[in-house]
Design a protein around this ligand. Sequence first.
Ligand code: SF4
Ligand code: SF4
Length: 198
Amino acid sequence: MRTWLRNVYRATATIAAGMYVTLWYFVQTFRRRPFTAHFAYPERPVPIRPRYRGFHRFDLTTCIGCDKCARACPVDCIYIEKEKAPPPAKGFVVTGFKIDYTKCMFCALCVDPCPVDCIFMGSNYDISTYTRDGCIVDYAKLPLNVAWGQATLNPTAIHESKRVSLPVWTKTAEVAKATTPPQPTDAGQPATDKQPPT
Ligand code: SF4
Ligand code: SF4
């Protein structure tokens, strides 16, 4: 009987403690005001810390399409499209500068290799999205002042920069062949390109 009473007491106390935590957070949701009551975003920008690291700042007019930032990126999330500049101009015209923010980890390793200082980590957060659909941003389609972080809160321009109809990268036949594991042969050995000695 004593054991039964002790178990009943423990069960009741455990449930009461759990319900207290639930009730405490339930009340907090009413006590704290909504996000818009604090910051009035998007009408007014949300204050950020001085060293906040947000979306990139990119200057399309300076970029020479050298690919150094894309090669430095540890997760290969920068995709650059370029064309040969029409003569007598030299170099390239950058027609696309996409960053896939589903992969980007904001490490800033793409910033240092740039020879013309046209890409930096910015403090812009207006390009954020609630779904994965808008995570690929084409900086070549953004207005220059938005891409360079001088102007924000332009939802139409941001929407245009995120309209990517095709995959930014598809596996080529060579890469697919290189990454496909060798199929086992009838003898149970993995197939290789080596020819048997004659
Ligand atoms: S911040 Fe890092 S992960 Fe993001 S694009 Fe630059 S190098 Fe790649
Ligand atoms: S390293 Fe700089 S100049 Fe070269 S492609 Fe990247 S952003 Fe453009």
